[in-house]
Design a protein around this ligand. Structure first.
Ligand SMILES: Cc1cc2nc3c(=O)[nH]c(=O)nc-3n(C[C@H](O)[C@H](O)[C@H](O)COP(=O)(O)OP(=O)(O)OC[C@H]3O[C@@H](n4cnc5c(N)ncnc54)[C@H](O)[C@@H]3O)c2cc1C
Length: 425
């Protein structure tokens, strides 16, 4: 029975779902050996470094990933960056198929004056800072003003606003980075605006996330009822199900507003940012609205307006995504997940997407290549294997236990690698 060798680049949801789909096309006629490469010492992609720490249930999908990873046909090569430690061409040469699953991690910019002032940051830097991504532990996040503005109309904007407006003790039982919990404890921020360019009917939030907002125990959530009612009237009966559900969720928030808490999130629709003002640091944001121009005084601005994929030498990119037709890139290269589609869809979206791409891969298979093993190219490189990752994972969980946290994350590359080495012997 022929065994095909497949390399998956990126250990996020799309990479694991691709591995799962490959296992599903294995049968009596063919089997597959899967090698997954990940630049960080830790796998799980945005499930570890993106998903909000106060939403731990969503992270339980990692159990599915770990089940795939303990399969006999699976090897993890973490701490190996493709494009740096190995080239894509080397993988294409040695493997029957190479699947790019590297996501999109570069925050899009507004392109307005003042965006580079201190206190203006992208969610692409702020989120991995509070989630202990080892490349972002030094991000400068000034929390010394009363007001913060989050720009964007999707779930990432909502996560950012919520994290900024939570009572900090709510983060104690979570896996939020230690440095971020300390900073939030000292934070002066009490009011967080979410500024959205268009009307409520166009917002890209998903309704389960909106429905969670009124459950916040220590934060008021404010939405203009007239604005939502007007949007409901505009879309009428013909509105798509998702839009209707979102508007219903927003109307519920508007009609059940609380005012007793010290901390508030307020939605501002039809606000287009024109300029970030400040002298050396952020002091306010100027917006144009349907009627007039308004300035909101604030000391922190976080933009959450989408992501672009980071280039990898040897992979064609255009418009922030890998150039592809239905997931086929060129030769034996394929792409899945956010690197393929751009930053849209929830974790589960990557599963059906990966299955469809793997079906094309199955149709394209020829005779297996039978080339020598990739490990000969990695001599002298410290690779974090699945066993090493399990050691890091166990160490983090053990460190969290006395604090009633699901885990206490390593913050730096050195800390993470040290966990791996302690357990190696
Ligand atoms: C802030 C935020 C919050 C989110 N919250 C939710 C939520 O609550 N619920 C939900 O369903 N969805 C959520 N999502 C969406 C979800 O995270 C994505 O759908 C999913 O992670 C995309 O998977 P991916 O594998 O394509 O990319 P990623 O998860 O980004 O994984 C890509 C992986 O590739 C690695 N990599 C990159 N370059 C290289 C390279 N050159 N060599 C080797 N490895 C490389 C990266 O380190 C990373 O581990 C959220 C997204 C964000 C940004």
């Amino acid at each position: 029975m022929p065994t095909y060798k497949v390399a998956i680049v990126g250990a996020g949801p799309a990479g694991y779902f691709a591995a799962q789909a490959i296992n599903n096309i294995s049968d009596i006629d063919r089997s597959f050996a899967i090698d997954m490469f990940e630049r960080l010492p830790t796998p799980w992609g945005l499930v570890r470094s993106g998903v909000a720490p106060d939403h731990p249930k969503i992270k339980t999908v990692s159990k599915v990933f770990e089940k795939i990873a303990t399969g006999e046909n699976f090897r993890l090569f973490a701490n190996v960056e493709i494009g740096k430690d190995l080239t894509v061409e080397q993988l294409q040469d040695r493997y029957d198929a190479v699947i790019i699953a590297t996501g999109s991690s570069l925050g899009k910019k507004l392109g307005i004056p003042g965006e580079d002032l201190r206190g203006s940051l992208s969610a692409a830097n702020f989120v991995p800072w509070y989630n202990a991504h080892p490349d972002f532990s030094d991000v400068d996040v000034p929390l010394d003003s009363q007001v913060a503005v989050v720009i964007g109309g999707g779930n990432v904007a909502m996560d950012v606003a919520r994290i900024l407006a939570l009572e900090p003790s709510e983060l104690d039982p979570t896996d939020t980075a230690d440095h971020a919990i300390d900073a939030f404890r000292k934070s002066s921020i009490r009011k967080v605006y979410i500024a959205i360019r268009r009307g409520p009917e166009y917002a890209a939030f998903t309704s389960p996330e909106l429905r969670d907002l009124p459950k916040l125990e220590h934060t008021n959530v404010v939405v203009g009822e007239d604005e939502i009612s007007a949007a409901i009237a505009r879309v009428g009966e013909t509105a798509e199900k998702d839009v209707k559900s979102n508007l219903d969720a927003m109307l519920f928030i508007a009609q059940n507003q609380k005012t007793e808490h010290e901390r508030t999130i307020e939605f501002l629709f039809s606000h287009t940012p024109k300029q970030i003002q400040g002298n050396g640091k952020v002091e306010g944001v100027v917006f144009s609205t349907s009627a007039t121009e308004v300035t909101i005084k604030c000391g922190l601005v976080v933009t959450a307006i989408g992501y672009n994929a980071l280039d990898i030498p040897g992979v064609p990119f255009e418009n922030g995504k890998v150039v592809n037709i239905d997931g086929r890139v060129k030769g034996n290269m394929y792409v899945v997940g956010w690197a393929k589609r751009g930053p849209s869809g929830v974790i589960g979206t990557n599963k059906s997407d990966a299955s469809a791409v793997i079906e094309l891969l199955r149709q394209d298979l020829n005779e297996p290549k039978n080339k020598s093993d990739v490990t000969e190219l990695l001599q002298g490189k410290t690779v974090v294997t699945q066993k090493d990752w399990e050691a890091i994972n166990a160490a983090e969980i053990a460190a969290g236990e006395p604090l009633s946290k699901p885990r206490r994350k390593g913050i730096t590359w050195d800390q993470l690698m040290a966990h791996a080495e302690i357990y190696r012997f």
